[in-house]
Design a protein around this ligand. Structure first.
Ligand SMILES: NC(=O)c1ccc[n+]([C@@H]2O[C@H](COP(=O)([O-])OP(=O)(O)OC[C@H]3O[C@@H](n4cnc5c(N)ncnc54)[C@H](OP(=O)(O)O)[C@@H]3O)[C@@H](O)[C@H]2O)c1
Length: 260
């Protein structure tokens, strides 16, 4: 039986990993701050702790680097194989066909740069690049839209960024298969792709909310961090775990939220 340690255990992915790996040593930030060197008994680390505030990283690059780079260094120093969750934001978004593992990263934001630098800290294990995560806990686009859709008649949502919204439950299950495969970089994201506005419309449709989506451009939204206009991820590795379509993930997430 592999002793599995989960960092960032209270994050949206950490919670899903805890379910997919019963018996794991699940550490929320309060129980394990990865920015400090630490020791733990582990044969496998699922490193889900991260600075994930993409816009906040622009005004506090040192803070983001401390968690995403130094934190990853400390996790790697344990000596056990690590699953490091990286991001589609390591790419610049200039392509118009899916990014594969051999494409050259060129991050456009502080967050993307720190996630890429975190990849470079990795030794033994799996670098999982994934995208647009959502789940039944924490702060994510699906939960934000459900709240706004219930409060408002219309929402303005960016329609010129395209990616693959990935359900944390599906990514956690795929991680179980992945750790039986060789290490290296793996792109693991949901099937299909959409814009944020298309995702918002699908959320309202699935949830039966009569809220109109007004598509807007990235510049109109005016977020501090630059984001790739296109960041669909696919794997060029034939044995890569395949995830269900994002819409299936959305349905599963909404069903789970209804039950809470
Ligand atoms: N969210 C996305 O769309 C997305 C897309 C691609 C890749 N990823 C990657 O996927 C992974 C999981 O992301 P997520 O969406 O689950 O993020 P999340 O919900 O923000 O979870 C990250 C967790 O890390 C914790 N954390 C922050 N600083 C820490 C520290 N110093 N020590 C220990 N824990 C710390 C956070 O705790 P606090 O809440 O207390 O700060 C939070 O519980 C991350 O590596 C992220 O970069 C995310």
């Amino acid at each position: 039986m592999r002793r599995t340690l989960i960092t960032g255990g209270a994050g949206q992915l950490g919670v899903a990993l805890a379910e997919a790996f019963p018996g794991a040593d699940v550490r929320p930030r309060a129980a394990l701050d990865v920015t400090e060197p630490f020791s733990a008994e582990a044969d496998l680390v699922l490193h889900a702790a991260a600075w994930t505030n993409v816009d906040g990283a622009e005004s506090d690059p040192e803070g983001a680097e401390l968690v995403n780079v130094v934190g990853t260094r400390n996790v790697v120093a344990l000596g056990a194989p690590v699953v490091y969750y990286s991001s589609d934001y390591v790419f610049d978004g200039e392509k118009r066909s899916p990014y594969v593992e051999s494409d050259a990263p060129a991050p456009r934001s502080v967050y993307g740069r720190t996630k890429l630098a975190g990849e470079q800290e990795m030794r033994d294990g799996w670098i999982v690049r994934t995208s647009w995560l959502f789940g039944w806990t924490g702060k994510n686009f699906v939960r934000t839209m459900l709240r706004l859709g219930a409060e408002r008649d219309e929402v303005r949502v960016v329609d010129d960024q395209r990616g693959s919204p990935t359900y944390v439950g599906h990514l956690a299950e795929a991680t179980r298969s992945l750790v039986e495969l060789p290490g290296g970089v793996w792109h693991i994201a949901a099937e299909g792709d959409c814009t944020w506005a298309e995702l918002a419309a699908a959320i309202f449709e699935e949830a039966g909310l009569a809220c109109r989506v007004v598509p807007i451009k990235t510049e109109e939204f005016g977020a501090p961090a630059a984001r790739p206009a296109y960041s669909v991820l696919r794997s060029e590795r034939p044995e890569a775990p395949r995830l269900p379509h994002w819409r299936e993930g959305l349905r599963e997430c909404l069903a789970r939220l209804e039950g809470t």
